[in-house]
Ligand binder design. Sequence first.
Ligand code: AMP
Length: 112
Amino acid sequence: MEDCIFCKIIEGAVPSKVVYEDEICKAFRDVAPQAPVHVLVVPKRHVESLAKAADDEALLGHLMRACALVAESLGLADGYRVVTNVGENGCQSVRHLHLHVLGGQRLSEKMS
Ligand code: AMP
């Protein structure tokens, strides 16, 4: 999609630090990490958010599996968090579905 930063990263038009890729998704380091490990798992197909992908179990399952593979490959055996922000109240700043994988330290117990 034009003007979507994550579509540009997926195309390779904008550089990123890729940690995992397959036919469905790409995972790359967040440019402003909020934990020692902060990776975004992003579908290659442009979908705005979880709210717009809720009927696509195959895609959502694939993305969750990719998160687990990324966490394992980056050594997050002590645990990690997977988060997706949705819409205005969820403070979603990039309108292309993405799952944050956060770890590398004990994370805050607060979710909000
Ligand atoms: P969200 O607020 O859930 O929409 O998360 C968007 C995330 O994308 C933020 O954590 C940003 O730091 C990250 N981000 C924005 N632009 C880039 C980029 N060019 N490369 C990597 N991460 C980015």
